[in-house]
Each structure stands twice: as structure tokens, then as C-alpha cells.
Design a protein. Structure first.
Length: 188
């Protein structure tokens, strides 16, 4: 199972109505980053279809924060430290190393690996697949529904592409079981 995170997300719906949905984040190497947003069954408030722009924006910000933690720490160190302090730290590390060339190469390798991971993660965020899910008995489809929601780049207008669970799995590369949320989870 490629589930990275799973949680109940509370949001402010229409006219500030307290609302909730279930969020499941799927992430696996060589597959797109997918967020499955499921309508809760026992919830008053705004449904996920009406609040899709708000929920998507909030969850995307959450995922972006996850990507910049290390980068922020490095930038804070560089911008808040005097340049001579940074050089002093580097010189001290080089002196402790028995082989300065190996230390320098290892440092360069770590920096390049971080840069590659950051770029890969940024690419996944840009290709994020948003899935709206209504379980059986919820919403307009009596047997439940799945839709990929895309947004117009200029107006942020959402568009729904409804598809079967099997087609969703084929399109994203994740097994159908990764998209199935137990009814008990949606009733909490």
C-alpha cells in the first residue's frame, strides 16, 4: 500500500460551517502524487464538491511545507550566519576529516542529492492528481463515485472527470485498494 498519510481534515465550509472530509495521500516512486478527498457520511456542513477549491488549496500548502523544511533550514543558516562563521564551520569540519577530499566530495554529493530530491518532489507537486470520492450511499451516485478534479490555471475553476475505480487505478498506477476507504473511517 502506497498510503503516505491519512487523516480527517476540518475546514470552514459555506458561511463558515464547520465541515470535515477524509484525506488520503498516495505517494510512491515512479507514480504521481495523489490526494483522495472523501466525503464523510456523518457530517453536517459543506460537501467536498462545493469546497473543492478550499480543500485543495489547503492540502497543497500542507504538502508544499513538507517539501521546504530542509531547504528553509539551510537558507536560514546561510542568511542568519555571517559568511566568516559559515567558512569557520567548514574549515573546522575539514580539519576533523582525515581525508579532506573525501569530506568535500561527500558534502557535495549530499547537496546534490538534496537538490535532486527537492526537484523531484516539486515535480510531483506540480503533477498532483486530486481525486474526489463519494462512498456508496453518499452523493448522487447510488454506488459511489470517483472523479479526478482538475483546475483551470487562470481562473482556478474546477472540472470533474468521473471514472470507474478500475480506470482510476490504471491511470495512476496505484492498486484499487489504495483508493478504497473503509465505511467505518468515513463515519467517524
Amino acid at each position: 500500500m502506497a498510503v503516505k498519510q491519512e487523516f480527517i481534515y476540518s475546514f470552514s465550509g459555506v458561511s463558515g460551517a464547520p465541515s470535515r472530509c477524509h484525506i488520503r495521500i498516495l505517494e510512491d516512486e515512479n507514480r504521481p502524487l495523489v490526494v483522495v478527498c472523501s466525503q464523510m457520511s456523518a457530517t453536517a456542513g459543506t460537501c467536498v464538491t462545493i469546497a473543492v477549491e478550499t480543500i485543495t488549496h489547503d492540502i497543497r500548502q500542507f504538502l508544499e511545507r513538507d517539501n521546504v523544511t530542509l531547504m528553509s533550514a539551510i537558507q536560514n543558516y546561510i542568511t542568519k550566519s555571517r559568511f566568516t562563521k559559515i567558512l569557520d564551520d567548514l574549515v573546522a569540519q575539514l580539519k576533523q576529516s582525515k581525508n579532506m577530499t573525501i569530506f568535500a566530495l561527500e558534502s557535495l554529493k549530499l547537496a546534490l542529492e538534496y537538490h535532486e530530491r527537492f526537484n523531484e518532489r516539486s515535480g510531483k507537486l506540480n503533477g498532483l492528481v486530486w481525486v474526489e470520492h463519494y462512498a456508496e450511499g453518499l452523493g448522487l451516485a447510488p454506488y459511489g463515485s470517483y472523479a479526478i478534479v482538475s483546475f483551470d490555471k487562470d481562473s482556478w475553476t474546477p472540472y470533474w472527470n468521473y471514472l470507474s475505480l478500475e480506470n482510476l487505478a490504471e491511470l495512476t498506477g496505484y492498486p484499487t485498494s489504495d483508493f478504497e476507504v473503509p465505511h467505518s473511517t468515513l463515519q467517524s
